[in-house]
Design a protein. Structure first.
Length: 352
């Protein structure tokens, strides 16, 4: 069975998914949807040019002829789709997911899955009620770094974690508005939060100091610096330090996470979508291991196969897991705004 795939939202992140889905012989991209058809056509031309000679001609031909819709509901009604990629900006979630669920179409949705926790929980419940596969775009879960980190840590007691996300303010206008982007941790450092949850433990408490220091000369409502204290269910503590003011450059340690455990320190250097180096420091010395796997390709292929074979267990970042990661990042935002610690379980309980 070839999985017939549609895309809703055909901007930058969709382009990255398309480059990978179009090289998967078990998938065929047959429909696109975007509020700006010209942007979708520009993405299509760019991807076709990039993949010329590297992807199968028949798969590229289907993609080249795929109709461009402006209304996702009509696309779901008019096209015969087995799966859909939802590559939406943070503020655009809700109606599209419910329309896909109503049409019985499994989806992979990019992070963050919403800016509102009750909405995300309703989508999760609707997926479960229909028995549909829902995947979220946390590609690091598909990287070979995960089994390596877990095997290296073993059953050692983890004392603390350090995580950093230092960058510049993205050029998109909507990013500067809290109600549209959610801010840096909800929209971007959510990758660090999800990876920490996945390899360390659930995060139970978040206590944040945040500031608006440099980006205030532009219309901007989001925190451009933050320092968070994390407490894990397993008793470990951690920090998550972020900024959007260091586009001039960053030290190597600011591109990853560090886990200090009994007898070793393990550092995962680099961000999702990059080649990553893992440093392991023990009393015996220092070792480096490089991982150059394409975790997004692994993620997208796992989703396609899960749909094709009816095997939801192939999805390593199911929608309900993304809801829990969203809860941690929203707790971060709430704590930054109030200056008080936030219990993640309480936030989840109030919105369940």
């Amino acid at each position: 069975m070839t999985v017939r795939v549609g895309f809703v939202g055909v901007g930058y992140i969709a382009k990255e998914h398309l480059k990978r889905v179009l090289t998967d012989p078990e998938a065929r991209v047959v429909a696109l949807c975007d509020t700006e058809p010209s942007a979708a056509e520009a993405t299509r031309a760019s991807v076709l040019d990039k993949l010329k000679g590297t992807a199968r001609d028949d798969l590229l031909a289907s993609f080249a002829q795929a109709p461009v819709h402006t209304n996702p509901v009509r696309m779901f009604q008019q096209e015969s789709l087995d799966a859909v990629f939802l590559c939406l900006p943070p503020f655009a979630h809700g109606d599209v997911e419910f329309a896909a669920i109503e049409a019985g179409i499994p989806f992979l949705v990019e992070k963050p899955v919403a800016l509102d926790l009750p909405l995300a929980q309703k989508i999760s419940s609707a997926l479960h009620a229909r028995g549909l596969i829902g995947a979220a775009g946390y590609q690091s879960r598909y990287s070979r770094i995960v089994p390596f980190v877990r095997e290296t840590l073993g059953d050692r007691t983890i004392a603390m974690t350090l995580a950093h996300r230092f960058t510049k303010l993205p050029p998109r206008e909507w990013y500067r508005h809290q109600s549209r982007s959610g801010g840096q941790v909800v929209e971007m450092a959510t990758h660090q939060v999800d990876l920490l949850r996945h390899v360390v433990s659930e995060i139970s408490t978040v206590y944040v100091s945040g500031g608006r220091r440099i980006a205030t000369h532009d219309p901007s409502e989001i925190f451009d610096v933050s320092v968070a204290s994390l407490t894990y269910d397993n008793g470990a503590v951690g920090s998550l330090v972020t900024n959007m003011v260091s586009g001039h450059g960053n030290p190597a340690y600011a591109r990853g996470i560090h886990v200090i455990a009994d007898g070793l320190t393990l550092s995962v250097l680099g961000h999702e979508g990059e080649s990553r180096t893992i440093e392991v420091v023990t009393a015996e010395g220092r070792q480096e291991h490089t991982f150059d796997d394409d975790s997004m390709a692994a993620q997208d292929r796992a989703f396609v196969r899960a749909v094709r074979d009816g095997r939801p267990e192939l999805v390593l970042a199911p929608y309900e897991e993304a809801v829990r990661t969203l809860a941690v990042t929203l707790a971060h935002q709430q704590s930054a705004e109030t200056g008080r610690p936030v219990q993640v379980s309480t936030l989840l309980g109030h919105t369940a």
